[in-house]
Design a protein around this ligand. Structure first.
Ligand SMILES: Cc1cc2nc3c(=O)[nH]c(=O)nc-3n(C[C@H](O)[C@H](O)[C@H](O)COP(=O)(O)OP(=O)(O)OC[C@H]3O[C@@H](n4cnc5c(N)ncnc54)[C@H](O)[C@@H]3O)c2cc1C
Length: 403
């Protein structure tokens, strides 16, 4: 028996002994599950147990070094672990921007103190992170950001406003871009990447209510917030390099969340989720969706989703093997998010009048959720950098076109 097969058998046995019963079958996506943090809530008690046993084992971050709370697994072992968890239909023990964005960035750019301070807390789900990049006047043109960081002894004093900060109201720490040198010759120079405790005096968060009825993001205001210089990641004024590397991780995560593993799954046997929905709302003939054109559209969507999911899986395997995401993450971001938006358009068309509900007894909760998620999906082509900006990056850095 190969070492990997032995590892699979041991992993399966360990999982079977440790998976709490009440978490089996819960949703498993990049943005669905336990986010951790000081304000964490656990809709099902087993989710907390699951987080703790997996964190003890280092398997919330399977490939991170054990000294920082990870599992020290090699890429093949990590893949086996994912496969075995999927086979048991259990969600990841922990998700969030700590694992997908700031963690990998600290592993590459952080100093030893920063890694020892922050990575174990991420692995244990103790600290939840948010991202402070965008500002009211600086989104696509991120390098024009204006949040000021003025050096005062061993601190930076930070003043400014970040916007669209996802889940800032639930986060404990924020990784932010600030302007530390307003006189630098190029706008990309003079930016510093810094870690800020959301409990620091002078940090204020105001949620923004969206059309979907939820407030997934906030405005984050900094007024004379004192942050120790030791919280700078990499070098002062050289934050743009760190910022771009983190965006590579973010875009891969978004592609996966919306187009890859986060897409509505096929059932193990029989019809897919979309086919089921179409049969339920449009009708069935000979065991298939009755409307031939709709059937064709559902099949095309399933095939595109499946092909894209496998492509993203290959990228994740490469990432587990230490490959840093580059400009190709923009291709995945565009394709995955456009695909997700098309999927929701199709779902809403399938629902027909049932998609027009907002609340009330006459409507099925699952249908209402589809309508809300359809509205949420409109942001997919904006978050993490708009589709237009990704196409510019692809033109310039992937295809080498003059722009
Ligand atoms: C759901 C969601 C979650 C988000 N979460 C976060 C977060 O956690 N943290 C964070 O910092 N930010 C977050 N954002 C903000 C996001 O990164 C910005 O909205 C995005 O970068 C676009 O910036 P903007 O909104 O200022 O639009 P603008 O930059 O003003 O763009 C407006 C329009 O102009 C187009 N455009 C601009 N420049 C060009 C160009 N050079 N070529 C072609 N077209 C161009 C854009 O494509 C867009 O259509 C989130 C956004 C959304 C929707």
């Amino acid at each position: 028996m190969s070492d990997l097969e032995t590892f699979r058998q041991q992993t399966r046995a360990w999982l079977e002994a440790n998976v709490p019963n009440d978490i089996v079958g819960l949703p498993a996506g990049e943005l669905e599950g336990t986010w951790g943090g000081k304000r964490a809530t656990y809709p099902v008690p087993g989710l907390k147990t699951w987080l703790d046993v997996m964190a003890d084992k280092g398997w919330t971050a399977p490939t991170w070094p054990t000294e920082y709370g990870g599992g020290g697994l090699d890429p093949d072992e990590a893949k086996v672990l994912t496969q075995e968890m999927r086979a048991l239909k259990v969600p990841a023990p922990l998700i969030g921007f700590g694992l997908t964005m700031i963690g990998p960035t600290l592993l590459r750019f952080g100093n030893d103190e920063q890694k020892k301070e922050h990575l174990p807390k991420i692995c244990r789900g103790e600290i939840r992170w948010c991202q402070g990049y965008s500002e009211p006047g600086s989104g696509s043109d991120l390098a024009s950001l204006q949040t000021k960081a003025v050096r005062d002894g061993d601190d930076f004093v930070i003043t400014g406003t970040k916007v669209w900060t996802s889940y800032a109201d639930q986060a404990d720490w924020i990784f932010a871009l600030v302007r530390s040198n307003p006189d630098a010759p190029k706008k990309q120079e003079g930016i510093t990447f810094i870690l800020i405790d959301m409990d620091d005096p002078g940090v204020k968060v105001s949620p923004i209510l969206l059309i979907s009825g939820k407030s997934p993001f906030c405005e984050t205001h900094f007024t004379d917030v004192r942050v120790p210089v030791e919280n700078v990641v990499h070098k002062i004024d050289a934050g743009w390099t760190v910022a771009k590397a983190l965006l590579g991780h973010e875009r891969t995560m978004i592609a996966d969340a919306f187009g890859g593993s986060g897409a509505k799954p096929r059932k193990d046997a029989g019809r897919s989720f979309l086919s089921d929905l179409a049969v339920q709302h449009v009708g069935e003939a000979d065991g298939r969706v009755s409307d031939a054109i709709l059937r064709d559209e559902v099949a095309a969507m399933e095939m595109d989703s499946r092909a894209f999911g496998l492509t993203v899986q290959r990228t994740k395997d490469a990432a587990r093997a230490g490959h840093q995401p580059g400009s190709e993450s923009s291709m995945f971001k565009v394709y995955g998010t456009e695909l997700n938006m098309q999927r929701y358009e199709l779902m809403v068309r399938i629902l027909g009048p049932d998609a027009l509900g907002w609340e009330g007894e006459g409507f099925d909760e699952a249908d209402l959720n589809t309508t809300r998620e359809w509205l949420r999906s409109r942001g997919n082509s904006i978050e993490g950098g708009t589709s237009e900006i990704q196409l510019n990056i692809i033109a310039k850095h992937v295809l080498g076109l003059p722009v």
